[in-house]
Write a protein that binds this ligand. Structure first.
Ligand code: AMP
Ligand code: ZN
Length: 113
């Protein structure tokens, strides 16, 4: 995807504060943190949003969540707790249309759900 900001981050064309990377995923600090810890975890392949995923992405989606768990431990927030957020589609507030999961911690969050 030529014009995708997160694809450009993965390729190193746009700078990011990388926190973790493997064959499947890339994780980095959000540029406008909504909490003391605000990490974005994204697949290296361009998928616009959760609704565009297929059964073939099952392992990838599981890997993203296991990566979130691992990073929460490494960042020292696993015990106090953290929130994983995925916005899917414009009405949800999604602004970057490359699948991403927010890992938020270090704050108390309003209880939407
Ligand atoms: P969403 O609103 O769920 O689509 O989340 C997109 C997130 O990407 C927002 O929290 C933005 O602050 C973040 N973001 C946008 N551009 C960058 C960037 N260049 N580096 C890091 N985070 C970014
Ligand atoms: Zn992309």
């Amino acid at each position: 995807m030529n014009n995708c900001i997160f694809c450009k981050i993965i390729k190193g064309e746009i700078p990011s504060q990388k926190i973790y990377e493997d064959d499947l995923v890339y994780a980095f600090h959000d540029i406008a943190p909504a909490a003391p810890v605000h990490i974005l975890i994204i697949p290296k392949t361009h998928i616009p949003c959760l609704q565009e995923t297929e059964p073939t992405h099952q392992a990838l989606l599981g890997h993203i969540l296991l990566t979130a768990k691992k990073l929460a431990s490494e960042l020292g927030v696993a015990e106090e707790g953290y929130r994983i957020v995925n916005n899917c589609g414009e009405k949800s507030g999604q602004t970057v249309f490359h699948l991403h999961f927010h890992l938020l911690a270090g704050d108390t969050f309003s209880k939407l759900v």
